[in-house]
Design a protein around this ligand. Structure first.
Ligand SMILES: Cc1ncc(COP(=O)(O)O)c(C=O)c1O
Length: 464
């Protein structure tokens, strides 16, 4: 077990320093007093007293393969001892091998030769993709994106992220996207199947191109005002909303017809979260550009990047220097990402993730029979949602969500006679959705424990 170090400053003293010297603008505060953690392992984080907290969000799906994964940590140590630093103008084998691995896999799956381009952080990779599609579309700067979509908080990424809250106070930098309705079935029109609602959303979207008066298409020139449509295969921050399986195929037909590129943002759902390397593989469409980040290094390094079709990214159209960041393709990140993808390919995630996801979802459905406050539960692989509502099972209950997050972090739930905490993430259009992204190596016993702890929280928070 972990031996807690003798802290030089008390927690109260650290909080005092945090209040004085840390900007609070660089992250979210879901609880009044964010928690300090000392260490982590597998599916758990530990506080200074060595108390365990079962993590059901894994750094927003950034540590898919468990905290301190021994094989990935060893790859980081090896790289640290050999070539930890190299300016991005040089080449190193890990960068090239990683790019080739991703591009060959994409070529086999999407039937198109492409190239890979690295950066650090999801939003920065989104920025790079914006340059790429603007360039390929002859400088067009208008984009399409979904209501409920999230692509990061840099200025460019905020412009294609639906929440006005992220743009308010900063003015506009470039064009804000046109936001299209996403088939969020639980809150969609009554009396429609999931598929019918998806078809309705596509049909409504297609109407934009029907007449020039809808403000999207010049019928005479046969040219769209929009360069690309940014999509998340499963909405992440929007509350793990899973569209019908025919949705993106139908949408892509409209995009192809009117010359709009498809950019798939896999930053949160990629790297086996849904049971496939890329979540878009469930939906049978070929992206023009795919953006990745987070779990590609299991959270050991903020490496991110894009894969794009050759026509968009070859050095003639996107020459050296089109983007640049000091840390992009850094040796530590690319080495760990290479090992992550190799390790995952050797594992059985294609079968284990859907199996574990189905088991977890069954447990959530069982909870739902006792708790009408779980208005909706759903999942694709180990991307699961539990939407918290009032007793009518529909009215969003953000206050219940906030109570559950705060109570889980107190660390005094009961697990086999021992105190334990539960780490939950908040998502959704109404900030009332538990977005569950457990470790992909979670055991069935840990899933049972997760369900038991969730029920303890419901007892405590619904009845309080
Ligand atoms: C789908 C999606 N795109 C982009 C981002 C931005 O990534 P980052 O926070 O690394 O900038 C996120 C982050 O949560 C995300 O979920």
């Amino acid at each position: 077990m972990y031996d807690a170090p003798v802290p030089s400053l008390s927690e109260a003293e650290l909080r005092e320093l945090d209040a004085q010297y840390c900007s609070w603008g660089d992250t979210v505060h879901y609880v009044d007093q964010p928690k300090f953690f000392e260490t982590c392992d597998g599916s758990y984080m530990y506080d200074a007293q060595g108390r365990a907290y079962l993590d059901l969000q894994m750094w927003y799906s950034t540590v898919n393969f468990g905290y301190r994964n021994p094989r990935l940590n060893a790859a980081a140590h090896r790289q640290l001892d050999r070539l930890p630093q190299a300016a991005s103008q040089h080449l190193h084998r890990e960068k090239v091998e990683l790019a080739a691995l991703i591009a060959r896999d994409a070529e086999a799956k999407f039937g198109a030769k492409g190239r890979v381009h690295f950066n650090v952080g999801g939003a920065q990779a989104i920025e790079d993709s914006l340059k790429l599609v603007r360039n390929a579309a002859g400088g067009k700067s208008r984009m399409l994106a979904f209501q409920g979509g999230y692509h990061g908080r840099t200025l460019g990424a905020s412009a294609i992220t639906s929440s006005y809250r992220y743009r308010r106070r900063y003015g506009h930098f470039g064009d804000r996207a046109h936001f299209v309705e996403f088939p969020y079935v639980f809150r969609g029109p009554r009396g429609m199947t999931k598929e019918e609602y998806g078809e309705k959303c596509v049909a409504d979207f297609a109407r934009l191109f029907e007449s020039e008066f809808h403000g999207a298409y010049d019928l005479k020139a046969q040219e769209s005002e929009f360069a690309a449509f940014y999509v998340e295969p499963v909405q992440g921050t929007g509350g793990y909303v899973i569209p019908p399986l025919n949705f993106f195929r139908d949408l892509k037909k409209v995009l192809d017809r009117f010359g709009v590129m498809l950019v798939v943002d896999e930053v949160q759902m990629g790297v086996y979260r849904t049971g496939k390397l890329w979540a878009i593989e469930h939906f049978g469409v070929q992206p023009d550009v795919l953006v990745f980040g987070k779990s590609i290094t299991n959270g050991l390094n903020p490496l991110s990047g894009i894969w794009a079709k050759e026509a968009l990214i070859n050095p003639q159209v996107f020459p050296p220097g089109s983007t640049h960041s000091t840390f992009n393709a850094n040796p530590m990140g690319t080495a760990v990402a290479l090992e992550t993808l190799r390790m995952a390919a050797e594992g059985d995630y294609l079968t284990s993730v859907p199996e574990k996801g189905a088991y977890f979802l069954e447990g959530l459905k069982d909870l739902q029979t006792r708790w009408p406050q779980l208005g909706d539960v759903d999942g694709l692989g180990l991307a699961l949602r539990a939407e918290l509502c009032q007793a009518d099972g529909f009215t969003p209950d953000k206050a219940l969500m906030d109570r559950m997050v705060a109570e889980g972090l107190k660390g005094d739930l009961q697990a086999g006679g021992e105190p334990m905490g539960l780490i939950l993430n908040v998502g959704g259009y109404y900030k009332n959705v538990i977005t569950l992204a457990p470790c992909l190596d979670i055991s069935r016993a840990e899933i049972d424990l997760a369900l038991e702890l969730l029920e303890q929280l419901l007892h405590r928070c619904v009845e309080s």
